[in-house]
Ligand binder design. Structure first.
Ligand code: C2E
Ligand code: MG
Ligand code: MG
Ligand code: MG
Length: 291
């Protein structure tokens, strides 16, 4: 994938200077193009959200969906967020794009609820500049009012690395969001350097254990022990745990044994287009009834 290659060149180009000029030119040309097109992506209506179900491990009921952004480029096809979110961040385009994502996810969830589907929360990823922008709390409040979505049905995901930035500022913002009634979860937990003792004072509801731990959990008793103790400690601090990137039935069995609350991954479902997600939510009533 050309975009992937471009992104990794950019990343490695930063840490070492072994690249020849021609390669640098090629790379900056690609990035310039991508940036120029990203500026127009919103007005051209090329962005869309897909939704990945989050499942209650014990009952199998869908309890939430994570909104994941996609860019349908007119020439390059689908571009992954891993390739364009960093550029959106650098150029501050993340502010309008992030607002569009929040608005679209809330409006979609409200529409599903109004259609009578079993209510679930929608999780929206916040990137660092979006989280740090001064108007973020007011912005979220405004979007909830506009869309009519009740705050308890919105969950915001911030990564561990965002949480590690400027503790007092982070806690102030999280408190503001939490006061609105919105839920907060820590995404990709375990990949950074934060710890549960660091996070214990944060007004958060949930940890999402990173896929890397889940990948190794079948073969490695040590990784399993780590996931197990994250779950035990989280529960004793009143936090819920979601396992990310679950692909195999063996992982689900282990998560059941470890009393993990929720799980998300290809085993349950890939991210879905809105209509397909609505179908899954319609089937969900059967499970939810049995809870
Ligand atoms: P994330 O928030 O940790 O999202 C999970 C990623 O793992 C998604 O990739 C999802 O499709 C993928 N995934 C889920 N289950 C499985 C699985 O079982 N196996 C594998 N191999 N992958 C799985 P995606 O959609 O490409 O997103 C990548 C990252 O881009 C996200 O990581 C998030 O950091 C960022 N991102 C995505 N959408 C948004 C958005 O709307 N706003 C912001 N700020 N960032 C976003
Ligand atoms: Mg996420
Ligand atoms: Mg994640
Ligand atoms: Mg992740």
């Amino acid at each position: 994938n050309a975009d992937m290659a471009m992104y990794s060149v950019k990343e490695s180009g930063r840490s070492n200077h072994r690249f020849y000029d021609s390669e640098m030119d090629k790379k900056s040309y690609g990035k310039f193009e991508l940036e120029r097109d990203l500026r127009k992506a919103l007005e051209r209506e090329q962005l869309l959200l897909v939704y990945q179900p989050q499942v209650h491990v014990e009952s199998g009921a869908i309890v939430g969906v994570e909104a994941l952004v996609r860019w349908k480029h007119h020439e390059r096809g689908m571009i992954s967020p891993a390739d364009f979110i960093p550029i959106a961040e650098e150029t501050r385009l993340i502010i309008p794009i992030g607002e569009w994502i929040l608005y679209t996810a809330c409006r979609q969830n409200k529409a599903w609820q109004e259609a009578g589907l079993s209510p679930v929360h929608v999780s929206v990823n916040l990137s660092i500049h979006q989280f740090q922008s001064p108007g973020i709390v007011e912005n979220v409040a405004h979007i909830l009012r506009e869309t009519g979505l009740a705050p308890q049905w919105l969950e915001l995901e911030i990564t561990e690395s965002i949480a590690m930035h400027d503790v007092e500022q982070v806690i102030r913002t999280l408190q503001g969001l939490s006061d609105l009634g919105v839920k907060i979860s820590i995404d990709d937990f375990g990949t950074g350097y934060s710890s549960l003792s660091y996070l214990k004072n944060f007004p958060i509801e949930r940890l999402k254990v990173d896929k890397s731990f889940l990948d190794n959990m079948i073969e490695s008793p040590k990784e399993r022990a780590i996931v197990g103790s994250i779950i035990v400690m989280s529960h004793s601090l009143g936090l819920k745990v979601t396992a990310e990137g679950v692909e195999k039935v063996e992982q689900v069995q282990l998560l059941q044994e470890l009393s993990c609350d929720d799980a998300q991954g290809y085993y349950f479902s890939r991210p879905l287009l809105p209509d397909d997600c609505a179908k899954r939510l319609a089937e969900n009533a059967i499970y939810a009834g049995g809870r």
